[in-house]
Design a protein around this ligand. Sequence first.
Ligand code: C5P
Length: 233
Amino acid sequence: MNQISPVVIALDFKDKASTLNLVNQLQPELCRLKVGKELFVRCGPDLVKELIGKGFDVFLDLKFYDIPNTVAAACEAAADLGVWMVNVHASGGRKMMQAARKAISGTSQKPLLIGVTVLTSLSRQDIAETGLDIEPELQVLRLANLARDSGLDGVVCSPLEAELLKQEVAEDFCLVTPGVRPAGSDVGDQQRIMTPSQALLAGSDYLVIGRPITASKNPLKALEAIIADCQIS
Ligand code: C5P
């Protein structure tokens, strides 16, 4: 394979030793890595730099949400770390996203800048309680359009929303999708899932997959099976 697969492995580990135990079984030619809040708060930027130093593309999944100046500075710091992708909450608004875009454009690394629309953990009622009496899918579409208009490269979304977003926002808008499970695997706490090949056919560009790989007895074999499924699409 001369291209890295669309798989981004969610490194939801508590410490550096468990993280490196997995990562040392992988190769940067096969997949990318996602560092989220738990691992970042425990191990910090040094571990991110170490993963990048091993040749991996790293998605820093910290979902920034703050005033424009603060988010711009955080995005610039992420770019200076050398990450491949970073994200912000689209609900932070146009000015915040534009400031993030501008800050990243001034760096040499220029990571992909991705928006988070509506957290998939929120039901219609949860959203209504925050003052938004709207179908979650409509809010996802609204925020995805705002993210595109503010200069973002794409959004995180459910694979079930991918087709709609490719049609209604833009064909080249980058869609990053968790909620992916290989056929026959344990779904864990994910509810609305698709297989890797289904998600790619629906329009996903990158598949964020954690436990089917990280909790496997043979993570490399699990990853290779997922990559084989991706090639069906
Ligand atoms: O282990 P699993 O494949 O469920 O991991 C999915 C990853 O994607 C986790 O890091 C989780 O926090 C993240 N995620 C998600 N659903 C969202 C957004 C992010 O599962 N809506």
